[in-house]
Write a protein that binds this ligand. Structure first.
Ligand SMILES: Nc1ncnc2c1ncn2[C@@H]1O[C@H](COP(=O)(O)OP(=O)(O)OP(=O)(O)O)[C@@H](O)[C@H]1O
Length: 275
């Protein structure tokens, strides 16, 4: 289980993340949503050891990810996929080499035929053709590059995948296929996901639970259906309203959201993170 306890991170005088605590259980898909600049990627970078938190502790099982030794111990188990697949792939490496590198590290050397079978299996998991093995990233579409990034993450046999806006660089039709692929991989016994997104449709489609972030703090958390259909916090309501197509925003504002703006719901308590 991933456990984030009292995580804080400052840049200069600015609090990017403030006293954030949450967990991701084995097999769970947890969405982390919030406006631009709310601190989502900073949390991901702290979990992945790319940033050093100013306060708090991040544990994955027995490994303390805020310690160098703990990060090393969890390196195989905790993998990531980022927003821009092209910048995550070495442009001078073929698909074969990109996928072989983690296999070399975690499985070691094996005969070429066995390695090719393993590479083909990885590619088919992410619905890519084995014909792509000899290609370079610039010879792939952005969607294919992102599938390749997922395959590379899966090559390590992770138990937690941190996905930081994995669909944002993709066309809408490719996004839908990618989302189905992520859901199928998870359903087939894949890792837990911590999915960072600004897209509530994605959250509704795939997540079990959602955390809403504002100004570096978690303002609301709960099961997806409850948070999306009966949001307590004004920030969640505003984000949901913003997510509607423009003509619907005007229509929704006076009706649906008036009910939700019930003054008996106190944001400060209703929005407090649940234990
Ligand atoms: N390396 C950095 N140096 C200084 N400030 C930073 C740095 N990284 C992030 N920040 C600031 O920290 C805050 C949180 O940034 P972060 O990237 O975590 O937000 P986000 O919710 O992921 O945003 P987006 O959805 O736009 O990616 C922002 O105000 C950002 O400007």
């Amino acid at each position: 289980m991933l456990s984030v306890e009292g995580l804080s991170k400052r840049y200069g005088g600015h609090d990017a993340v403030r006293d954030v605590s949450f967990s991701v259980s084995p097999g769970e898909i947890v969405g982390l949503v919030g406006a631009s600049g709310s601190g989502k990627s900073t949390i991901a970078r702290c979990i992945l050891g790319l940033e050093r938190p100013d306060a708090g502790r991040i544990r994955y099982g027995d490994a303390i990810l805020t310690d160098r030794a703990g990060r090393r111990a969890a390196r195989r188990a905790v993998q990531a996929v980022f927003q821009d697949p092209r910048s995550s792939l070495n442009p001078r490496w073929t698909v074969r080499r990109i996928l072989s590198e983690p296999l070399e590290t975690w499985i070691g050397r094996e005969p070429r035929a066995a390695r090719t079978m393993r590479l083909n299996a990885l590619l088919s998991q992410v619905t890519l053709s084995p014909d792509l093995l000899a290609r370079y990233p610039h010879e792939l579409s952005t969607g294919q590059c992102q599938r390749l990034c997922v395959a590379r993450a899966f090559a390590c046999g992770p138990t937690l995948l941190v996905l930081d806006e994995p669909l944002s660089a993709l066309d809408v039709s490719v996004q839908a296929r990618m989302l189905v692929m992520l859901r199928d991989l998870h359903a087939a016994g894949g890792p837990s996901y911590l999915l960072i997104t600004h897209d509530f449709a994605v959250v509704r489609e795939i997540c079990d639970r959602v955390l809403v972030l504002d100004g570096g703090r978690i303002v609301e958390t709960g099961p997806v259906a409850r948070v999306l259909d009966r949001p307590f916090h004004s920030v969640t309501r505003a984000l949901l309203l913003d997510a509607l197509p423009l003509p619907f925003q005007a229509a929704a504002a006076p009706c649906k959201w008036t009910v939700l703006n019930d003054p008996t719901l106190d944001d400060a308590t209703a929005g407090a993170p649940s234990p």
